[in-house]
Ligand binder design. Structure first.
Ligand code: UD2
Length: 297
């Protein structure tokens, strides 16, 4: 009897620990000061969440730009998205490229599709990042509204390694940049020149978000893209380009319009960075690339 009781007690303790570990994280912040969740592995129940959104039959659009030599990253991006990104959901990938003839052949599961939007080649790499917002805005206005529920805008030089699903859905969604999640706000690489519309004064800021992944519902992302694009263009007319192009404008926007959900750096890691203790799973990460070789100039 004593042995049985000891076994039962051990099993109960292990179970309780599992439940506690599963739905809580004490090593990282899991909620923002404006009460938006910060999504880390261990803070949600994947099956339950997928079930909730599957019932609503939600559809998800993805934009990805593959201009110039960046077309070489598209195959891995698409293949790994098939394995990990919203598996079992309606997903429509919109590829913007100047090289439609080089589009890789990737088999897509039922309910998933891909559309190519031809774009002109770029002379400067900064141009591409600047034009993304304009094209995202136009895609939403001319093609996606009404009908699509959510959109994610992702960098192509990346791969999925782990589940990215319904836990990421929200009206305005930002991803914490993997390079700055442990940095004090004074060290964030915001645009610091007051002449730019992306300006962030010292002492301001919540997180430093990355330009390589953001999303939300169509209305919110349309507004974000439109605002960033207008501010970028107004800056350009005055001869100023923000330190990190649209990423700087996105950071300013997210400061003024707090995201309703913040995704941890698990949702955009960088392959060159050694994995850190807090990162229990890498869901999506940027591949190592040779900027000098791959960019137009
Ligand atoms: C960072 C951001 C990126 C953007 C950029 C701003 C992350 C992880 N990355 O990345 O999103 O904010 O800084 O300067 O947050 N592209 C092409 N062809 C090109 C150049 C770029 O298609 O010749 C597209 C492509 O989709 C690429 C994206 O633009 O993924 C961003 O360009 P990048 O990867 O060269 O920028 P990077 O790594 O400095």
């Amino acid at each position: 009897n004593t042995l049985l009781f000891a076994r039962w007690l051990t099993a109960a303790v292990v179970f309780a620990l599992r439940v506690l570990c599963f739905l809580s994280r004490t090593d990282v912040a899991t909620v923002t000061p404006w009460l938006a969740p910060v999504v880390w592995e261990g803070t949600f129940e994947p099956e339950l969440l997928d079930g909730v959104y599957r019932q609503k039959n939600v559809s998800i659009a993805v934009t990805v730009f593959a201009v110039g030599k960046y077309i070489r990253f598209l195959k891995d991006f698409l293949e790994t998205a098939e394995q990990h990104f919203f598996v079992g959901f309606k997903v429509h990938v919109y590829v913007f490229t100047d090289r439609p003839a080089e589009l890789p052949k990737v088999e897509m599961a039922a309910g998933r599709q891909l559309t190519v939007h031809p774009v002109p080649a770029a002379k400067r790499w900064q141009e591409i990042s600047a034009r993304r917002m304009e094209m995202i805005q136009r895609l939403i206005e001319e093609t996606l509204l009404p009908g699509t529920d959510f959109i994610f805008c992702l960098d192509v030089d990346s791969k999925f390694h782990g589940r990215w699903g319904a836990e990421s859905l929200g009206s305005l969604v930002a991803v914490v940049h993997p390079g700055y999640y442990k940095t004090e706000r004074g060290g964030f690489p915001y645009e610091r020149r007051p002449a730019s519309r992306a300006y962030m004064a010292p002492g301001l800021g919540d997180f430093y978000y990355c330009g390589g992944a953001f999303g939300g519902d169509l209305h919110e992302v349309r507004l974000l893209a439109k605002t960033c694009r207008e501010n970028f263009e107004a800056d350009a007319k005055e001869g100023i380009e923000a330190a990190w192009q649209e990423e700087s404008h996105l950071n300013r926007y997210m400061w003024l319009n707090k995201p309703s959900k913040v995704l941890s750096p698990e949702f955009l890691w960088q392959d060159f960075k050694p994995r850190e203790r807090e990162i229990h799973v890498v869901r999506f990460s940027g591949v190592v690339k040779n900027y000098a070789e791959i960019r137009p100039n």
